[in-house]
Ligand binder design. Structure first.
Ligand code: A3P
Length: 324
């Protein structure tokens, strides 16, 4: 896979060199492609690659099947949680869920990220059966490989309050630093994020693309929010299952299956299962669990920062009914 990635990076070298670039940290650049900012070259860590070349290649090569399901999100918006719920729901016959099986379920024995690979960093580098039809993506709606739209695949998007995303992202990026360099200051991260200069940013435009698609194609695109999922988990999980064409039967509900799935996929259960794995490598899935709460950003952002973010959100989402 690494070799294939190296070939891809070489193939798109000239195209990438022609893109607008911005240095966001010493020797770290983002480039702008189809209205969004991306890393380029090898980025993140050895097993996962979220660079623009991978997106270009998946646009050129990836062939979706009509039965494929895509779980889409911005970074740090609840990807791990959505992957867990989607996988548990769709595979509940194959991997039974009850109190005893929690310890043997793949979400626990491997991890949500192993169960649901990313289209742009993993799936398209393998044969199509690799992901069993369930994949995740951070690619903006307007840049998705054309076959995902033309095949009429189902897409679920999870959105999250941008202030909490910023704080989650800031912690995550500082955890990922393996080179001993000094952590990024929140002020600096805030400035970049508000200008849209974060991977797959502008954050707001990313959400708007999927939100509009969910209005235009409600049977094919479902728009969820992290906050609503926290607040009304039971009904949101049922809504997710219905959308995926995998509604719970009355019997399953009476047997408490919805609650079992919620518990299996809960922050508590998954973070406990994967704690200790926090050294920043891909197999260290502990880095995907921090606090898992709503509103933690108030503990970090100044009143001025909150005001700025709220104003951007109000302006960007004007006329849209995006609430969180
Ligand atoms: P915090 O940093 O605010 O705690 P992503 O999965 O998109 O990378 O997002 C990570 C964020 O989701 C982190 O937020 C993480 O703690 C939270 N998270 C991960 N798994 C979760 C779960 N099962 N339930 C709720 N939140 C979860």
């Amino acid at each position: 896979r690494k070799e294939k990635m190296a070939i891809i990076i070489e193939r798109y070298k000239d195209k990438v060199l022609a893109l607008p670039r911005k240095e966001i940290d010493t020797n770290i650049y983002l480039c702008k492609y189809q209205g969004f900012w991306y890393h380029h070259g090898f980025w993140l860590h050895s097993n996962a690659n979220f660079s623009v070349e991978a997106i270009m290649a998946s646009q050129d090569e990836f062939q979706a099947l009509p039965t494929d399901v895509f779980l889409a999100s911005q970074v740090k918006s609840g990807t791990t949680w959505l992957k867990s719920l989607g996988f548990a729901i769709l595979n509940r016959t194959k991997f039974k869920i009850d109190k005893d099986s929690c310890a043997t379920h793949p979400l626990i024995t491997t991890s949500p990220h192993d169960c649901v690979p990313f289209l742009e960093s993993e799936s398209f580098l393998h044969n199509p059966s690799y992901a069993n039809g369930l994949m995740a993506t951070h690619i903006p709606y307007t840049s998705l490989p054309q076959s995902i739209i033309s095949s009429d695949c189902r897409i679920v998007y999870i959105h999250r309050n941008p202030k909490d995303v910023l704080i989650s992202f800031w912690h995550f990026m500082n955890t990922l630093r393996e080179d001993g360099s000094s952590p990024t200051k929140l002020d600096d991260m805030f400035e970049l994020f508000r200008k849209g200069l974060n991977p797959y940013g502008p954050f707001w435009d990313h959400a708007i693309g999927y939100y509009k698609a969910s209005l235009e194609r409600p049977n094919k695109v479902l728009f969820l929010t992290y906050e609503k999922l926290k607040q009304d988990t039971y009904n949101e999980v049922k809504r997710l299952a219905n959308f995926l064409g995998s509604s719970f039967t009355k019997e399953e509900e009476d047997d408490g299956l919805v609650q079992e799935i919620i518990e299996l996929c809960s922050f508590k259960k998954l973070s406990e299962a994967h704690k200790g794995n926090k050294d920043g490598s891909h197999s260290s899935n502990g880095i995907y669990f921090r606090k898992g709460i709503v509103g933690d950003s108030v503990n970090y952002l100044t009143t001025e920062m909150i005001k700025t973010f709220d104003e951007i959100t109000k302006e960007k989402f004007d006329g849209l009914n995006i609430s969180f």
